[in-house]
Design a protein around this ligand. Structure first.
Ligand code: EPZ
Length: 423
């Protein structure tokens, strides 16, 4: 297996381009199932998760073609006739469950393998199921698959989510676009990726209001037509790379960065003493001299502090001046990066959903293990600032969510390389 080797200590300077959002693209791609006309996505990220979603849609009979080195994804579902999403694909990526709503809306039936748990938590689908049943679907769990049917098609409904689940919101909104009547979804998730999905669905002819708020109203229509849609900037990749100059010192411009996508994150960086400013090309991040200040973090649904940036923020807090408490309120097991950071000399005490980080002067390079996508990149950030050499193993986790991470960091002065391993 490949590994990444970093010699820490270099101050970073230069510019890093930010790609299209993985978590927007993974919900935009299943939207092709809602129409028999072509849907084309531009500004798509080149990631293994996108290749997995491509494989899944093709297994359902959709035509999916990557163009322009993968930055454009041309799709058409006019021949999509299979409604079974098999376990061997779904188990690789939970977001595969986002074909459930579109298949039910268009074909009135779906068989989708339960994704199963993953490293960061059980991640059930009860909220998706309850919402779709409210729209008239019957859904039964059998042999590890959700068997869903909607005799005569889905009907609009009044739905309130018990938790502002991103995936349940996305499945419900996509399903409701072709339902008969009006659907009002309360306690909907407000993430920018959902706003981007609604923009795309509206371009396809859907009638939707309220995206970005807790109440989304969808008027079902007979059919949706094709569209071409640009994938929104990846706010998690953006936040991740903003932490690179923050942790090493230096000044880096994030090309395509948008302040409105990372407001609560930037507020925390400001509290920690990191300068963030807007430029004509994006965002400039500079660490004024002196140590970073320790700050407390609580992860919440958007617009709160993103859980997908918690691991990366913990890396910054490892060498901050003071004690920081990070509370993870979205997932039940999202501190697996902590023991790896401790191997690098960090002082972290994890008790349930709280991690208490006492800043140390310096981290030291060490061999560490990536355990999940965001944990893997928090180890990279720590390694950039650590003294000596760090080897990050199992970097396939990284490839799921970060395109060209070595090139992007080397491009701003990091001493980083990828070593291909055959074991
Ligand atoms: C999306 O996952 C993202 N993935 C995750 O990013 C992100 O961490 C998460 O939203 C929260 O922001 C994609 O968009 C592809 P949820 P999703 O439904 O939709 C529980 C990354 O690193 N829950 O908002 O699965 C669930 O177990 C990934 O890019 C239920 O209990 O997240 C979790 O604890 C990781 N029942 C919490 O809600 C349900 O039916 C949040 O889940 C659904 C969810």
């Amino acid at each position: 297996m490949d590994r990444i080797v970093i010699q820490g200590g270099a101050e970073l300077s230069g510019a890093i381009p930010i790609a299209g959002a993985k978590n927007a693209c993974l919900t935009l791609m299943p939207a092709t199932l809602l129409s028999d006309e072509p849907l084309t996505l531009t500004n798509a990220p080149r990631l293994s998760d996108i290749r997995t979603m491509t494989e899944l849609l093709q297994s359902l009979g959709a035509e999916v073609t990557a163009l322009n080195d993968g930055k454009v994804i041309a799709m058409s579902s006019h021949k999509a006739n299979n409604h079974v999403a098999h376990y061997d694909i779904v188990r690789k990526m939970r977001a595969s469950n986002l074909v459930l709503g579109p298949l039910l809306a268009r074909h009135h039936r779906a068989e989708v393998s339960l994704p199963g748990g993953c490293a960061i938590g059980a991640r059930p689908m009860d909220l998706h199921i309850t919402a779709l049943e409210a729209m008239g679907a019957t859904i039964e769990l059998r042999d590890g698959y959700l068997h869903a049917e909607a005799q005569g098609g889905l009907k609009g409904a009044e739905i309130t989510l018990d938790f502002a689940s991103v995936g349940a919101t996305e499945n419900t909104v996509m399903a409701a676009t072709l339902a008969k009547g009006t659907t009002v979804l309360q306690n909907a998730a407000r993430e920018p990726e959902i706003v981007d999905l609604v923009k795309c669905l509206r371009a396809m002819g859907a009638e939707i209001e309220g995206e970005g708020t807790s109440t989304i109203t969808i008027e079902g229509v007979e059919r949706l037509h094709g569209a071409t849609h640009p994938v929104v900037t990846d706010r998690i990749e953006l936040g991740t790379y903003m932490l690179a100059p923050a942790i090493t010192g230096g000044e880096v411009e994030l090309l395509g960065g948008r302040l409105d996508l990372v407001e609560s994150f930037v507020a925390k960086l400001d509290e920690a003493g990191i300068d963030v400013s807007e430029t004509p090309r994006g965002l400039m991040v500079k660490r004024s001299n002196g140590r970073v200040r320790a700050v407390n973090v609580v992860t919440e649904p958007f617009p709160g502090f993103p859980t997908d940036l918690q691991a990366q923020m913990m890396a910054l807090m490892c060498t901050a001046d003071g004690v920081s408490v990070l509370e993870e309120k979205i997932f039940e097991n999202r501190f697996m990066h902590a023991p790896e950071l401790v191997r690098m000399g960090a002082d972290i005490d994890v008790q349930g959903g709280h991690a208490t980080v006492t800043g140390v002067d310096k981290l030291r390079g060490a061999p560490v293990m990536a355990t999940d996508l965001r944990a893997s990149v928090s180890l990279i950030l720590a390694a950039l600032a650590a003294e000596g050499e760090t080897v990050v193993n199992r970097v396939y986790h990284l490839d799921r969510g970060y395109e060209h991470v070595v090139a992007k960091l080397a491009g701003v002065g990091a001493r980083i390389e990828r070593v291909h391993g055959d074991v």
